[in-house]
Design a protein around this ligand. Sequence first.
Ligand code: AP5
Length: 213
Amino acid sequence: MRIVLFGPPGAGKGTQARLLVERRRLRHVSTGIILRRAIREQTPVGQKAKLYMDEGKLVPGRLVRALAEEAINLVGNDNFILDGYPRTLEQAQWLTEYLNDRQVPLHAVVSLQVPEDVIVDRLSKRRVNKKTGENYHLDFNPPPPGVDPALIYRRQDDDPEAIRKRLEVYRRETEPLEEYFREEGCLYPILGVGEMDEVYERIEEVLRATEPV
Ligand code: AP5
């Protein structure tokens, strides 16, 4: 299966991708995770990307394209969930070109629909485990008691100003891709609100309907 998990910041892409990895053995390709790793390791790309990410802006496409294609190639160009890529029309065209050249088109773009007030609540109460990358929510999914509190942190781009900026960028640059994928015939909008397992079941329904036999 080759799928894109699409949606605004805080829609639950990373959370659902983790469930898909556990339950379907798909590989998770997240440009956000790759970029944050590059920042931690202080690579040249990471140093450039940090300037954009901390403010909630998009990292220049040519940097992200190379990282995304390398990561898709590394998982064998199949059985992956793309999360956070593509984010602009240009990136969507690059992705289509990359996959078509290898004759491995997408099966589905699952677009998580979540209202803005829910997004703001989710992001402002998100905490992340430094070691495992696991996402928590202070109310719905708090860090378990056994986890060392020193490992739990708030992402730099989850401060109110960066959240506002990311939502603005999403509406302007990324949301229009829904139309692109609708025309490609692979867009599946689903409701991203409710229990995490309920959302997962909605994704499963799409996968069952679109996976190759
Ligand atoms: P990225 O890391 O991709 O961030 P994002 O798209 O903004 O998405 P998030 O990780 O914030 O949210 P999510 O949808 O994964 O939600 P989550 O599951 O964590 O990108 C970060 C930055 O990198 C970008 O701003 C940009 O600068 C750069 N970048 C990345 N890709 C790029 C590209 N292609 N081009 C250019 N720049 C790029 O959930 C959020 C919270 O909600 C958590 O607390 C979670 O526990 C909670 N939650 C999840 N589901 C539920 C539920 N059902 N009920 C209650 N709470 C829930």
